[in-house]
Design a protein around this ligand. Sequence first.
Ligand code: KG4
Ligand code: ZN
Length: 334
Amino acid sequence: MLILGIESSCDETAVAVVRSGKEVLSNKIASQIDVHAVFGGVVPEVASREHLRAIRPIFDQCMKEADVSINEIDAISVSQGPGLIGALLVGVSFAKGLAVAQAKPLVPIDHVHAHIHGALLGVEDQNIFPTLALVVSGGHTNLYFMEDPTTFKILASSIDDACGECFDKVGKLLGLGYPGGPQIEALASKGQRGLVQMPTMVEQKNRMEFSYSGLKTHMANLLRRKDKAPIEDICAAFQEEALGQILRKLKVAVKQNPRAKSILVAGGVAANGRFRELTETLQLPVHFPSLKYCSDNAAMIAGMAYHRINKQGLESFRTTEWDSYSRYDFEAVL
Ligand code: KG4
Ligand code: ZN
């Protein structure tokens, strides 16, 4: 089964063709990072306009690289939300237009859940489910228990900032460009971890939430001091706590969910090398996406669509009568 994926929830316009949820025939991404970098973060209106400019050429390039025609596509899938509403609407409108014109089924996909399918794309191991699945991105820090590829039970999420957001905001405080994550990691790799003290966030073992705003405030105060440590040591200590917090919660989750056979880690922060190192101490096999499927992409959208179609059948995706959503309506969605 050939599925077209479309992604436009934030600052990447992406289109992919994936065969049967595994084989990625083409995965095209137009990143807007350079456009937003001068503003120090993503400007929603600018993002929407850039998506409008990029979506058609990226679609054409993707179909060419995959070497398939639209007639051969069995279903179209698209990020429905959460994300920037103007940005989402570009991808969703394009996908709806294509689905109606070509009489193809259209599968709306939750962007955050799809990140986990980025981790599943390259995994051959069949012994994954039930799994503990973690999404650590610029907008979300969510831990789920997944019985199968389409069932998500939320175990923990951030009560304030997301982990990637904290990396970005601290990057800004440090005078680094956007996004802060990769640059903080690069500096941290040259520093010593134990030299600068950091607060331990959400220390209580029985509390499963994540929290990042206190760490961000601590960094803002620390950076105001005249006699501060070298930036590399500050970054190393910050990164250790930002990621260490997730490790602590994962360890608790492993204990509390003895049926889990594996751990999937996804989202932009999953690209962090130190994070990958830290998870080696966990008791279960941990699967990370390959780097190209960590940050926003459309292969993960098409990958997840395959599993939804497997569960519900193609015919249940014949309608385009649904809306994008910017944020979760937790009661309706989860
Ligand atoms: O998943 P993603 O591309 O976009 C969202 O859906 O949010 O994640 C982007 C986030 C940014 O906050 C970025 O700073 C962070 O992922 N990130 C990293 C690294 N690479 C990207 N954070 C820490 N270390 C990295 N190497
Ligand atoms: Zn994302």
